[in-house]
Design a binder for this molecule. Structure first.
Ligand code: AMP
Ligand code: MG
Length: 491
């Protein structure tokens, strides 16, 4: 029996300039590596059907599901500050949009299913390692409660792809609220095609900002919505030590989901200048630069929307007013988020200073970001447990002075110790996808065909806030952090 998808294809119904119709190329011998059953359920898909040979062929792009109208979407983008007018889906095919039982619309996209008219000399394929990385890290983000594209499935294609060496080929089945990027707007704006910018804005508004359509200035309200979502998203990244790594405008989703897990990584030791991507010379996309880069990207979006925002000066003023909303939205989200992490549930004067001072001391003391905050949960309820936190700092006395001021501040909160500890534990994960664990899982799969470590790591990361005593080692930083960890873009 063929797996049933409740497809609608609203993006494929947009004019020809928006996409190219293309069939995924058939994988030779597709094998399912992982199927995300809970996600399949949310989408109204039958996991049992998807695991059958025909279901696997659909997920690998070898067979077309009834109702699917596959396309590769057109987009442009600023990559590391330089503009490329034509990028597009060069190694991805959008099968269609599935309407879930809750009425929500989700793109189903195959990543690594062969060339498209946007491949520009690339092979359109994905290697196994990056597919497993995206599966693990995007699902970890979802479990952390951070808006993100999801991974429905990972498959081997039975083919090899040529990178620096021959590697097993794979496909990731990605689920997203949409794949509309800032770069999608830039694609049309760069051609002076205002009519298409308007069509795209109307489409995106209907999907992501339905209330904006009824506003006095719908396109201004739409831009405000995108700005607010990006501000909140980047604040969430900062709260967990996530470094996206390739915040090009083509990798910034209008929906406010995290998208593109190529060179991303979580920090171990805290340092605002940390970056991992091997091609990010100068650290443009370092941890501490992420809010500023988000605003830079949103400014590019606002430029695209200028013709829709009014005449001349009026349009510029509207765009500037919208962008001015970024900083307060980001700072409020950051204050709330880090306040929760420190057990400061009712905001008070001086909280930002307290947070900033801790982070400065963590940077100087090379304290592990995730462990510091997790251990503070116990210290909040029992000062005896300070020892476990201060041990994380090169100079533990740097913590002591701060901890005294933190305790004074906590005294002004109504909560008792146990409730505070519980609230803080819900804001401070024990488990993040540590780089050495992700690499270990990928290496076992690629070199030995052993998916055990991948599956085990995925299970631990699906419950990031629970103590899992039997897997305590997954919460540990690497034994020797040389600071030399590097990530690579190519899928
Ligand atoms: P990314 O690094 O994922 O943001 O991709 C940047 C651009 O390069 C996009 O247009 C991709 O579709 C394209 N691209 C990346 N890898 C490949 C590949 N193996 N084959 C074809 N196009 C690719
Ligand atoms: Mg990308």
């Amino acid at each position: 029996m063929t797996a049933h998808f409740n497809f609608d294809n609203s993006y494929a119904r947009l004019p020809d300039a928006f996409h190219a119709r293309v069939l995924p190329s058939s994988a030779r011998d597709p094998r399912l590596i992982a199927l995300n059953r809970p996600l399949a359920g949310e989408l109204g898909l039958d996991a049992g059907e998807l695991e059958m040979p025909e279901g696997v062929e659909i997920l690998a792009g070898k067979r077309l599901a009834p109702g699917s109208e596959p396309i590769a979407t057109a987009y442009a983008g600023h990559q590391f500050g330089g503009f490329t007018p034509r990028l597009g889906d060069g190694r991805a095919v959008l099968l269609g949009e599935v309407i879930g039982p809750d009425g929500r619309r989700h793109d189903i996209q195959l990543k690594g299913s062969g060339t498209t008219p946007f491949s520009r000399g690339g092979d359109g394929r994905a290697a196994l390692g990056p597919v497993l990385r995206e599966y693990l890290v995007s699902e970890a983000m979802a479990a952390l409660g951070i808006p993100t594209t999801r991974a429905l499935a990972a498959l081997r294609t039975g083919e090899t792809v040529l990178r620096e060496t021959e590697l097993p080929g794979a496909v990731l089945v990605r689920v997203a609220a949409s794949h509309i990027r800032i770069g999608t707007f830039q694609f049309f704006a760069a051609r002076g095609d205002t009519e298409s910018v308007r069509r795209l804005a109307d489409h995106a508004m209907a999907r992501h900002d339905p209330d904006a359509a009824g506003a006095a200035q719908p396109y201004r309200a739409f831009l405000d919505g995108v700005v607010a979502r990006q501000a909140r998203l980047v604040a969430r990244w900062m709260e967990v030590g996530f470094i996206h790594g390739v915040m090009n405008t083509d990798n910034m989703s209008i929906s406010g989901e995290t998208i593109d897990y190529g060179p991303c990584a979580f920090m171990d030791a805290y340092g605002p200048e940390t970056f991992f991507s091997s091609i990010d010379r100068g650290g443009r996309y370092a941890y501490g630069n992420q809010p500023g880069i988000a605003l830079w990207n949103l400014t590019r979006l606002a430029e695209c929307l200028l013709p829709l925002l009014g005449e001349g000066e009026e349009a510029v003023a509207a765009a500037e007013a919208s962008l001015t909303g970024f900083a307060p939205a980001y700072l409020a989200a950051h204050r709330d988020g880090f306040g929760r992490k420190l057990g400061l549930m009712t905001p008070a004067e001086g909280d930002e200073t307290l947070v900033g001072d801790l982070l400065d001391r963590m940077a100087a003391g090379k304290a592990d970001f995730t462990l510091t905050f997790r251990r503070l949960c116990d210290a909040a309820a029992d000062p005896e447990r300070d020892r476990e936190v201060r041990d994380l700092f090169i100079d533990p006395t740097a913590y002591d002075d701060w901890a005294g001021r933190w305790r004074d501040r906590l005294g002004g909160e109504a909560m008792d110790g146990a409730a505070r500890r519980a609230a803080m534990r819900a804001a401070n994960p024990a488990f993040i996808p540590r780089n050495h664990r992700v690499e270990e899982a990928i290496a076992a799969a690629v070199a030995e065909g052993d998916y055990g470590p991948f599956e085990q790591l995925g299970r631990v990361l699906s419950r990031p806030f629970d103590d899992q005593p039997e897997y305590a080692a997954y919460a540990d930083p690497p034994a020797f952090d040389t600071g030399a960890y590097r990530t690579f873009c190519g899928t």
